[in-house]
Ligand binder design. Structure first.
Ligand SMILES: [Zn+2]
Ligand SMILES: [Zn+2]
Length: 187
């Protein structure tokens, strides 16, 4: 089984400044760790599988249904997201302000969404861009700003700067021309 996608996710998300750590465990053993709070992350990785199972037992017992992910709310503005990917359990501790971003990137991982730049071939599935209108941080794969509604179907690749679609497609010459004219004249 390939876990390249999971590795790419951990590398990207674990390097955000508002993510304390991403801890991955497999069969109860720490497997991958990225982030600043290394000691805590190692501990969490060691207990993540049993923590995940216990939370699921509880939600089942309380008739809250089977959740594929669980979230823990810390009192000091942090959240922890726990989810399963194949036989790995992933725990992410992050600043609550980026809740929507973490959820969206996790969706990309769990739904197997893979976007590559057609020019430089870089993996954009877990890349983050800023909305040019309001500054909100969004996944590259988002076609529209969820904060201000700006149309972000076409944007620059964060690696090579070429204009591409949110799904990795190359725009036609006409589309590029319209985009550039709109930038010049507004609208
Ligand atoms: Zn915006
Ligand atoms: Zn590129």
């Amino acid at each position: 089984m390939s876990n390249d996608r999971l590795k790419a996710f951990v590398e990207k998300v674990g390097s955000f400044k508002d993510v304390s750590y991403v801890a991955v465990s497999s069969e109860g053993l720490p497997y991958m760790i990225k982030g600043t709070e290394r000691e805590n992350a190692e501990y969490v990785a060691a207990v993540a599988s049993s923590l995940y199972d216990r939370i699921n037992e509880l939600t089942m017992a309380l008739n809250l249904g089977k959740e594929e992910r669980s979230k823990i709310y810390y009192p000091e503005d942090y959240h922890m997201l726990l989810f399963k990917k194949d036989n790995f359990v992933v725990a992410i501790k992050y600043d609550f302000a980026i809740d929507k971003l973490i959820e969206a990137l996790t969706n990309n991982l769990l739904k197997g969404i893979e976007v590559r730049c057609p020019y430089c071939k870089n993996d954009l599935s877990f890349d983050v861009v800023k909305c040019p209108k309001c500054g909100e941080r969004l996944p590259f794969t988002e076609p529209k700003c969820w904060n201000c509604g700006a149309d972000l179907t076409l944007k620059e690749c964060p690696h090579c700067g070429n204009l591409i679609y949110y799904n990795g497609q190359k725009p036609s010459f006409i589309k590029l021309l319209i985009y550039k004219l709109k930038r010049i004249f507004g609208g």
